[in-house]
Design a protein around this ligand. Structure first.
Ligand code: SF4
Ligand code: SF4
Length: 436
């Protein structure tokens, strides 16, 4: 068998969690992806383009290149926004290839003792435990409640630290009690019942945007769905995939898979685009580790909330008018990773009083991308400025999105730029239209 016939070629990759050779072979170097890639737009550098990144991975697989520092850098510099996959005629998934290369990066270039301990503490101790996450937010809530945040922000003390620290602090929304322990595990449908839905409450949603997910559940109930929100739901694993810890991501996926299949629900719905993308990819992540039939059943039930409501049909009778002009930013993990693009717009147009003004480049990344916006704060600012320019041009009163990572970045950006737009999750808008 020639080397290029070997579909599982690992070459200079470590055998555990190497990219599939097929995935890098598909690239025909046409370059259609180049204009869609934010990091290529920033640098003009081939190696920071989807085509260049896939070529690097292919060279490692074919033993023409060691897994060098440059491969490591590109794996983390990629936003994993998946815009290139939408554009690619061959279906090349450069973002996913780079995501897998991040776990290779940790295998080839292990962190020092302190860095490793910190990483393991966050990914393996904190994130898998909803209770620990909630406890960890208590000091931050006190920091806000006791006025220390006001003092810190006005003293400019954060300017003395690294740039990411000031940005991270500035992005914090006003925190409320986490939603997870407040939400009943089962809520009956209102009116004529249309089905039973399992609600996947994401970590960032319960901790940072409990008001959004409260509206999501209210809307589902009002739309005629019984809602089951299992209290012991764990993190979907997206942060682990993003940081190259595929083993913990698998453990979390196996747990959530069984938890939700046991609920015997018709659908599993989330209002976090990042969680939705991750849940839809369990099938691939758990290949060979869970029964195929179980994985397929789970996959068939997962919906983003906008996708779900558009599919079942929004009951619009009784909705109150929300008189607002809005523009819509498409989260990458909704439009590129899940192919959900028309549905949020369909819903926006069905809310009485809402006028949708399309922005240019609505599906261009906002520069958040999990921790990318903090690690590459200068580059992130440039990506964000491009987005805010497009928002400003619409003159809309509100900027609507559907993912907490985008929400945090856009709300911070709008405030820093002194722009008047309110930043809202689509479910907040629909919640406002939904009567009690
Ligand atoms: S990744 Fe796709 S779009 Fe980009 S060069 Fe390769 S085949 Fe063309
Ligand atoms: S996922 Fe995004 S940043 Fe990464 S190569 Fe594709 S377009 Fe570029």
């Amino acid at each position: 068998m020639s080397r290029t016939d070997d579909k599982d070629l690992k070459g200079n990759f470590k055998p555990q969690d190497a990219p599939h050779y097929d995935d890098v072979l598909q690239c025909m170097r046409c370059g259609f992806c180049l204009p869609t890639c934010p990091t290529y737009a920033l640098t003009g550098r081939e190696r920071s383009s989807p085509r260049g990144r896939v070529a690097l991975a292919r060279a490692v697989a074919e033993q023409k290149l060691e897994f060098t520092q440059a491969v490591k850098e590109e794996s983390f510099f990629c936003l994993d926004c998946r815009a290139c996959t939408t554009a690619c005629p061959s279906g090349v998934r450069a973002g996913e290839v780079m995501e897998i290369c991040r776990s290779q990066s940790h295998a080839f270039y292990p962190l020092g003792t302190a860095g490793k301990a910190f990483r393991e503490f966050i990914l393996q101790k904190m994130l898998p435990s909803p209770e620990k996450l909630e406890t960890s937010m208590l000091p931050t809530r006190l920091y806000q409640r006791l006025g220390i945040q006001w003092l810190v922000r006005h003293s400019k003390v954060l300017k003395l630290g690294p740039g990411w620290m000031e940005k991270a602090e500035g992005m914090l929304p006003e925190l409320d009690k986490p939603l997870r322990t407040q939400l009943p595990e089962r809520i009956e449908a209102k009116g004529k019942k249309r089905g039973k839905v399992g609600f996947f409450l994401g970590c960032v949603m319960t901790l940072m945007y409990p008001g959004v997910s409260r509206q999501t559940v209210r809307v589902l109930v009002h739309q005629g769905f019984e809602v089951i929100t299992p209290r012991n739901t764990k993190c979907c694993g997206a942060p682990h995939l993003s940081e190259g810890d595929r083993q913990t991501a698998r453990e979390l996926a196996l747990f959530n898979l069984d938890l939700f299949l046991d609920q015997d629900v018709d659908y599993i719905v989330t209002d976090c685009a990042g969680c939705g993308a991750s849940l839809k990819e369990y099938e691939e992540l758990l290949e060979g580790q869970a029964e195929h039939a179980k994985l397929a059943k789970f996959r068939s039930k997962i919906r983003d909330i906008t996708e779900f409501l558009a599919e079942v049909g929004l009951r619009t009778e009784g909705l109150k008018p929300v008189n607002k002009t809005v523009t819509y930013h498409e989260p990458c993990h909704l439009c590129h990773a899940q192919g959900v693009s028309a549905q949020p717009r369909k819903l926006l147009k069905q809310i009485p009083g809402v006028e949708l003004r399309e922005m240019a480049e609505a599906s261009w990344c906002c520069g958040s991308a999990a921790t990318w916006g903090l690690k590459y704060s200068e580059e992130s600012q440039k990506v964000l400025d491009r987005k805010l320019g497009n928002v400003r041009a619409t003159g809309a009163e509100a900027l609507v999105t559907a993912n907490p990572g985008c929400h945090l970045q856009l709300a911070w950006g709008v405030r820093e730029a002194g722009m008047p737009q309110q930043v809202l999750h689509l479910m907040e808008l629909l919640g406002e239209a939904t009567p009690d």
